[in-house]
Design a protein around this ligand. Structure first.
Ligand SMILES: Nc1nc2c(c(=O)[nH]1)N[C@H]1C(S)=C(S)[C@@H](COP(=O)(O)O)O[C@H]1N2
Ligand SMILES: [Mo]
Length: 445
């Protein structure tokens, strides 16, 4: 399968395999046309032909259908096109010896806009995913001491569904995302470098509302402990200010339907802007207390070793960050000419103010266009036009949020945090474009 003129060849996992092509009973000419569009990667889709290039006859549109298509409800639950192959979450071999305590990555390089389809949301489980019966599942809200709460309560999922709901779009990022890239460029594709990142519309009940119903003493109870129903009994402390802001939500909905079991069905905590581990899945218990809980998941893990030998604990915000998704690692530029560089930016502190893009490894910058919605603690899509002259280039993006926080270089991040921690790497990502058109993960220091 050749690259169309001016087109990007996607990373290997997005090629149709030969046996797929053989099953298509079309003429070779149509096959060629299909093969290019059939990969359905954004890379192939967004790269416009070089200006003034006539459309190649090989890309001619196939004739329309003259017969009937498939009947309605052939798939009661719709599926992606059979031509969209390879757009899957993927696990890294060797990341963990146990697949129940591991992670799978979202294929960011293949997504449009800002929403992650639920079936492609990344996964991070500490003891495997479970699928609790929503008729049995409950959320218990109690106090570390009886005096902190007037009326401890047990909510069924039905109880929660009857309360006024809110729906909000937010990104969810594991604090270990890009952790492998702390020292040097490792991951071959953006799926593996940045794919512990997804974005959904979540629907649920603000936790503040539930705590108010329980008569929590907000003066004394300044912390909340959230616990999951999985065997890991994952527990995290959430500061009460976040709950009082109204942003923290007990969610049951994701992208218009119930949460997927992998993502916490029937209930999960949504803590916008905060690292993934605090978004407790299969949420079964909330306790209010006067002090942070210092649980296993916040004492032995999710701490950052600083250059002076101390640990940063309770680091929770996901700082301003961005990444170019196309062109990105593993893809190949087919020929010199026009490319629409595109990617996503996000900040746990609020909205994205702007994104700059560099084609020369950070020597000069151009401002990208923010396209689509610019929402609070949500992925924001950016685009920047580029005419590749066929020479080596290093593509970078640098986001700034509404508070003026700027995404750092690796050098700046190391100066501030040293090299001992793996969490919270929000450094500028570089993609090296070679003369051959191959795009590789490189690190610019
Ligand atoms: N109960 C429970 N909640 C959990 C986890 C878990 O293993 N168990 N993993 C956490 C971590 S580390 C992350 S990054 C997110 C991942 O959410 P996702 O699997 O929906 O992407 O869930 C968090 N909540
Ligand atoms: Mo995580």
């Amino acid at each position: 399968m050749g690259a169309g003129a001016g087109h990007l060849v996607p990373a290997p996992e997005h090629h149709l395999v030969d046996s797929d092509l053989q099953r298509l009973t079309l003429s070779r000419r149509h096959l060629m046309g299909l093969a290019v569009s059939a990969t359905l990667t954004p890379a192939a889709a967004v790269a416009a032909p070089a200006a003034g290039q006539p459309t190649a006859p090989d890309n001619a549109t196939p004739p329309p259908s003259y017969g009937l298509g498939q009947p309605v409800a052939a798939h009661p639950y719709g599926q992606p096109s059979r031509h969209q192959r390879g757009l899957e979450r993927r696990a890294l071999k060797g990341l963990s010896p146990v697949p129940q305590n591991s992670a799978s990555f979202t294929p960011l390089q293949g997504l449009f806009g800002i929403i992650t389809p639920s079936g492609l949301h990344y996964e991070r489980h500490h003891s495997g995913w479970i699928d609790p019966d929503p008729r049995q599942h409950h959320l218990m809200i109690s106090g570390a001491e009886p005096a902190l709460i007037n009326k401890p309560m047990l909510f069924s999922v039905d109880d929660l569904l009857r309360l006024p709901a809110v729906s909000r779009m937010h990104f969810l990022e594991c604090s270990g995302n890009t952790g492998m890239e702390r020292q040097r460029a490792v991951a071959p594709t953006v799926q593996y470098s940045h794919g512990l990142l997804s974005c959904s519309e979540f629907t649920g009940v603000p936790l503040r509302l539930l705590l108010e119903r329980c008569g929590v003493d907000f003066k004394r109870a300044r912390y909340v402990l959230a616990e999951g129903a999985d065997a890991a009994a994952l527990t995290r402390t959430i500061p009460m200010e976040l709950v009082e802001s109204g942003e923290v939500m007990v969610a049951y909905g994701q992208n218009g339907e119930y949460l997927r079991p992998e993502n916490g069905f029937p209930l999960r905590l949504v803590v916008p802007g905060v690292q993934g581990v605090s978004w407790v899945k299969w949420l079964r218990r909330i306790e209010v207390g006067e002090a942070p809980y210092n649980t296993r998941d916040e004492a032995l893990k999710y701490i950052d070793l600083m250059p002076d030998g101390t640990h940063r604990q309770y680091t929770s915000l996901q700082e301003v960050k961005s990444v170019i998704l196309s062109p990105s690692g593993g893809q190949t530029l087919g020929r010199q000419g026009f490319y629409a560089i595109t990617g996503v930016a996000w900040s746990g502190r609020g909205k994205i103010r702007g994104v700059d893009v560099s084609m020369d490894g950070g020597r000069s910058w151009r401002s990208a266009q923010l396209t689509g919605a610019v929402l609070d603690k949500c992925l924001t899509r950016f685009h920047c036009d580029w005419v590749w002259d066929g020479n080596e280039a290093i593509l970078q993006s640098r986001a700034v949020d509404e508070g003026g926080h700027v995404q750092p270089t690796h050098t700046a991040l190391r100066a501030a945090r040293g090299t001992g921690s793996i969490y919270h790497n929000n450094a500028i990502q570089s993609w090296g474009v070679e003369q051959s058109g191959e795009v590789r993960n490189v690190q610019v220091v």
